[in-house]
Ligand binder design. Sequence first.
Ligand code: NAP
Ligand code: GFB
Length: 313
Amino acid sequence: MYSLSQKKIWVAGHRGMVGSALVRRLQSEDCTIVTAAREELDLTRQDQVEAFVRAHKPDALILAAAKVGGILANNALPADFLYENLIIEANIFQAAHRYDVNKILFLGSSCIYPKFAQQPIQEDSLLSGSLEPTNEWYAIAKIAGIKLAEAYRRQHGRDYISAMPTNLYGPGDNFDLQSSHVLPALIRKAHQAKLARSDEVTIWGTGTPRREFLHVDDCADALIFLLKNYSDVQHVNVGSGEDIEIIELMRLVCRVTEFHGAITHDLSKPDGTPRKLMSNATLANMGWKPRISLEEGIRSVYEWYLETENSRR
Ligand SMILES: NC(=O)c1ccc[n+]([C@@H]2O[C@H](COP(=O)([O-])OP(=O)(O)OC[C@H]3O[C@@H](n4cnc5c(N)ncnc54)[C@H](OP(=O)(O)O)[C@@H]3O)[C@@H](O)[C@H]2O)c1
Ligand SMILES: C[C@@H]1O[C@H](OP(=O)(O)OP(=O)(O)OC[C@H]2O[C@@H](n3cnc4c(=O)[nH]c(N)nc43)[C@H](O)[C@@H]2O)[C@@H](O)[C@H](O)[C@@H]1O
């Protein structure tokens, strides 16, 4: 058991969707939260990362900073997704070890697993097959992050661990229709179609791929649970244990947003991996489970979207 009491915890990426959920969750712990905005600390710059870690000497850090995006952004910007994520990870692990930060929680993603991995995906299917081409650049960088945690543990005895969250959603998500993940895009599209009194709304691809979703507040809770209770070389899946077809997800979003038109398909856009439901047995066996149902989560995010709509335009 790792106690957070009186500890200094650096949340790297605290302005992002996951980072801000982690800050909310850590506020109920007896710890000091350390943060730095990108303007004062660019994590792609080794000198800046070293100076920051040397100056602040956190007891632990959670790496929730990354170049992140949906299927189209991943496919369109392979160099950015590979380079930025690799260098952020390399800088942070190196500086943490150099200045004696003994605890890191690294965040990967369910896209690290082979495109046709057996479902539900067990942690040990990593590197057992080919990756999904639309996100292999990001996946390779995330696999490197897992291996950095493993390597520093093996070579230097560091307590560095990795968690693989499934597709996340929640307040603070990116609603840009080109670069976002599917759920914020569908909420925005359905809402805009309702306002425009349109007869239809368009989803990308066939609608047959299945995805697993977890509310970011459940994810943050699971991550703090792991930080406190887990110390091993094996990365841990963080998911809800349930998945849904994209077309069904759109129907659910239409119900929540009260858009009653038809759903059409843009087949020029990729489907990506057909299914990536992760096994959540490792976390469940440790006693953690999610609390927010998908419908409840979508309703609360839609409320958040409406409240913040004006500030986003
Ligand atoms: N969203 C998902 O569905 C999902 C699923 C699985 C895993 N994850 C993982 O969760 C983590 C966080 O994702 P997220 O959804 O919260 O993404 P996000 O909302 O885009 O947040 C990423 C954060 O990283 C910061 N950042 C990126 N590059 C930086 C740099 N060079 N220097 C300083 N800060 C930098 C961003 O800063 P700015 O605020 O300045 O842009 C932002 O605060 C990532 O590791 C991701 O792989 C996310
Ligand atoms: C969690 C992240 O998942 C990402 O994969 P992935 O689930 O396919 O990424 P998403 O962009 O969430 O797309 C999931 C599925 O939803 C479909 N989809 C339907 N309509 C839309 C839409 O309007 N916008 C978007 N974005 N999708 C849409 C999309 O074609 C794909 O089959 C990876 O690229 C990342 O690397 C990361 O792992």
